[in-house]
Design a binder for this molecule. Structure first.
Ligand SMILES: [Zn+2]
Length: 181
């Protein structure tokens, strides 16, 4: 996944996202109440997992998340569970990232996304990103006489692929590659 998403996931697991609860704790703001529902403190777990909206998103993805589960718990549980699960880590990262962006967008006056449009956007992102990963590998296999040094972006993609190899979905990415990447 791109570094900005990995950084977001890392900050979520460390509980250092600029949620209202975290800003309140640092005395930057004087209320930690979630502005979207007006009934809970806006912690990382609330925004990403347990708010009504987040709960609906995860249920639509096939995950039922216990009330006590933190983002870090969920991330490590999915990452270390060898049994097939409703979701792989790549999709978990993309969906969480979209939930956070949706929250930020609403705070900046943008229209809230629906559960379906948020999941669709996250799924599209993963498909396009994986097609970028698969492209250089497949082209190297089919054109053995030519070799081009990978660009920085490709190198990063390969590193990601190695880290999450066992959880990555097999790609048919080359067919989905288009001019938008
Ligand atoms: Zn809320």
């Amino acid at each position: 996944m791109p570094n900005k998403i990995k950084s977001f996931v890392w900050r979520s697991c460390q509980n250092i996202l600029p949620t209202k609860s975290n800003l309140y704790r640092k005395q930057v703001i004087n209320s930690e109440v979630c502005e979207l529902c007006d009934k809970s403190c806006e912690t990382t777990s609330h925004v990403l997992l347990h708010s009504d909206f987040a709960t609906s998103v995860w249920e639509a993805c096939g995950l039922v998340i216990g009330r006590e589960c933190t983002f870090e718990d969920l991330f490590w549980k999915l990452g270390n569970d060898s049994r097939p699960s409703a979701m792989d880590l790549t999709n978990l990262m993309a969906v969480s990232w979209n939930i956070w962006n949706n929250r930020n967008g609403i705070r900046h006056g943008e229209k809230p996304k629906t559960v379906a449009s948020l999941i669709l956007e996250a799924t599209r992102f993963v498909t396009e990103y994986q097609s970028l990963q698969d492209y250089p590998i497949s082209s190297a296999n089919s054109l053995p006489t030519r070799w081009n040094p990978p660009t920085t972006g490709v190198y990063k993609a390969n590193v990601d692929h190695a880290i999450f190899r066992d959880k990555s979905t097999a790609g048919v990415g080359v067919l989905l590659w288009d001019d938008k990447g």
